[in-house]
Design a protein around this ligand. Structure first.
Ligand code: SAH
Length: 409
């Protein structure tokens, strides 16, 4: 790859006024309709200079004519996007995590727009890095990125996980494999004193839901206030909430998920963490299971049989148009979950859809509570862990919200 400079020969993109304002506010995305003029002939993945309507410098970005995101702004400085750039930007991301989680060895090191690196996600599981690249600009510079990562965190291995749908939108092929070093299919790591596993080649996301870390701990604190609690962990995946709940003193934990593979990992982890005797994991569709178990005269357990219910579904929305359907889905699981909760019980509920905001989410929960004649006391408002930074001027960086509610009556 040729060395890039910010010379005047570099192609440039002139933005329309509203788009320019967004970029000034920190947002990295430029859509085709926001572009007034393209100067020169940038190739896909090339660096372009981004200019406001009066031709003033706004930043540098990656161009891709195949993507809806025609330009992803990557820097607000007029300097080359080279090895030194990546070392500095990745170093800043690392410093942020070290400040927030001084003792952690596993965290999301880079979260794309949240770290002003649109198209790049890096998860750190102790000394293994799992990298997801979803823009042509990042793809073309990945060796530079891997070099910089090796320099700042000296990983044992760097795994590439590229089978994400977003790569298609940039014209990038699917891929998954080891880019540097060596590592097995499973990465064992420790977080908050629990032994956990990430399965980057086959698992969901990059293998573990690091964004829920703070909430795993919060739920554990609530369970600890209810010794012997009967816990239902819906959408359990590899059982992170279940393991935290069991270790915090739950009497029994019932985990539900439709992924057999994830539940097999959950089962193993429960045993390895010494809480296997109190955990059951069942392969089930949560909608069907809740329906069967919350109906009067339905299957065992009868309504009111859980002291803690956790709802952590995947996103039910792909776009704004699917919001009404998603809200119906959220309402249904809340109606049924509330029926299963004992008086004084705890509902820990999460929504990872960017298109459903906290206000809409709480409204749905309250409407479900009304239907089953329950009154709720809110005891915590939850967000994504701070290694998934929220930049309010980039609304898309905020996606995970949740609440802990106690059933008053
Ligand atoms: N609670 C987990 C993360 C859950 S991710 C944690 O903290 O680590 C969402 C999970 O929901 C995935 O494991 C997926 O397999 C599961 N899932 C999606 N739809 C489902 C359904 N209808 N019934 C059961 N599980 C479902």
């Amino acid at each position: 790859m040729s060395v890039e400079t910010s010379s005047s020969r570099q192609p440039a993109v002139v933005l329309r006024p509203a788009e320019a304002d967004r970029v000034v506010a920190g947002h990295p995305w430029v859509y085709e309709r926001g572009i007034q003029k393209v100067q020169g002939e940038p190739g896909n993945g090339d660096v372009v200079t981004v200019l406001d309507p009066r031709r003033r410098f706004l930043g540098m970005g990656f161009y891709n004519a195949r993507s809806r995101l025609r330009v992803r702004v990557i820097s607000h400085r007029n300097a080359p996007i080279d090895a030194a750039f990546f070392e500095q930007r990745l170093g800043e991301a690392l410093a942020l995590r070290e400040r927030r989680f001084p003792d952690a060895r596993s965290f999301r090191l880079v979260n794309a727009e949240g770290d002003f690196l649109s198209g790049l996600i890096v998860d750190k599981y102790e000394d293994v890095l799992v990298v997801q690249i979803s823009s042509a600009g990042m793809e073309q510079r990945k060796e530079l990125i891997f070099d910089a990562l090796e320099k700042i965190v000296s990983p044992r291995a760097i795994v590439e996980r590229g089978d994400i749908a977003s790569r298609q939108f940039e014209g990038l092929p699917e891929l998954a494999g080891i880019a540097r070093g060596e590592c097995a299919d499973e990465i064992a790591f420790e977080l908050d004193g629990l032994r956990l596993l990430a399965t980057p080649f086959s698992g969901q996301k990059t293998g573990f839901y690091l964004d829920q870390r703070t909430n795993h701990r919060l739920v554990a604190e609530e369970v600890a206030r209810r010794p012997g609690a009967r816990v239902l962990d819906c959408f359990s995946s590899t059982g992170a909430f279940a393991l935290h709940a069991a270790r915090a003193g739950a009497g029994s934990v019932h985990g539900l998920d439709q992924s057999r593979e994830a539940l097999m990992t959950a089962r193993r982890l429960a045993d390895e963490n010494g809480v296997g005797d109190r955990c059951v994991f069942e392969e089930a569709n949560v909608f069907d299971w809740l329906k069967a178990h919350s109906a009067p005269g339905g299957d065992d357990p009868a309504p009111g049989q859980f002291d803690v219910v956790i709802l952590d579904p995947p996103s039910f929305t792909r776009n704004r148009a699917s919001v009404p359907n998603a809200l119906r889905g959220y309402k249904e699981i809340h109606v049924r979950a509330l029926k299963l909760l004992s008086p004084g019980g705890l509902l820990a509920t999460f929504c990872c859809s960017h298109h459903v905001d906290a206000g809409m989410f709480q409204d749905v929960i309250l409407s479900a509570a009304f239907d089953v004649r329950r009154v709720l006391r809110r005891v915590a408002v939850c967000s994504q862990s701070l290694d998934h930074p929220v930049i309010p001027s980039i609304p898309e960086t905020e996606y995970l919200k949740g609440f802990l509610f106690e059933v008053v009556r």
